[in-house]
Design a protein around this ligand. Structure first.
Ligand code: DC
Length: 232
């Protein structure tokens, strides 16, 4: 069967990564979490003192260091989930913490960072058969993707989901702090000059505030089959 590219974009903590990963597993496609790549670059910047305590960033130094930053994904044999590696080190857990979360948006707004990561992402999609989630996958990375989904949910619902996720990992975060972080990231992601977050004209909107996980999966699988069947 002919393989396609599936782009899933949307706001942070909208549940898109979980859905994208599960969809990929269901249909036997590769899954790439593009947000993890921006998070890994942010962790590199934090570790190398390029972001100070007040959040000021030495963007010039970060851009000059881009050739030294290698990001790849390895599949965990026990869980079957992919883990993000930065220069060979598994940083999957560290990139999900609050420190990286609160500095990633300005890093993702640097044009040179975006250019580098976008070309890596396009490389991953060369042979199709891929589900990629992010903010600009349907608009910039793969404007010709055969299936485009834009996921949305209210900031409050997303803050609750994120809080639960953090608590399950043993982090102590407070709801108001998480909500403020989500609102701030939404604002930066939506208003940045380079590839702002927006729904592609040909993307299908999935508003999941009141949808169960199963309903969302059914919707995605139905859409996928419809598109693939239509290609024959
Ligand atoms: O999906 P996430 O929360 O892990 O994304 C982390 C950050 O990276 C978020 O601030 C938006 C940014 N991002 C982006 O600008 N473009 C993408 N394709 C994916 C993520």
């Amino acid at each position: 069967m002919q393989k396609i590219i599936i782009a899933i974009d949307g706001f942070s903590s909208s549940g898109k990564s979980t859905m994208a990963r599960e969809l990929a597993r269901n249909i036997g496609y590769a899954y790439i979490d593009s947000g993890a790549m921006y998070r890994a670059v942010t962790l590199y910047a934090l570790r190398h003192g390029m972001i100070d305590a007040d959040g000021r960033m030495d963007a010039e130094r970060l851009v000059a260091s881009l050739p030294d930053i290698r990001i790849d994904f390895r599949v965990d044999d026990t869980t079957g989930k992919s883990r993000t590696c930065l220069n060979g080190e598994d940083v999957e857990d560290e990139i999900r913490g609050m420190e990286v979360s609160s500095h990633v948006s300005p890093v993702a707004a640097i044009p040179e960072v975006r250019h580098r990561l976008v070309s890596l992402q396009q490389e991953y999609g060369r042979d199709k058969g891929i589900v990629m989630d992010g903010r600009d996958i349907g608009t910039t990375v793969f404007p010709n993707a055969e299936m485009k989904i834009f996921v949305n949910a209210s900031p409050e619902v997303r803050a609750h989901r994120r809080l639960l996720e953090l608590q399950q990992k043993g982090s102590s975060a407070d709801y108001e702090e998480v909500l403020a972080n989500i609102r701030e990231r939404d604002h930066i992601d939506r208003t940045r000059k380079e590839s702002p977050l927006r729904q592609a004209d040909d993307a299908i909107l999935l508003d999941n505030d009141n949808m169960t996980h199963q309903e969302q999966m059914d919707f995605l699988l139905k859409t996928f089959r419809h598109i693939v069947d239509g290609k024959h």
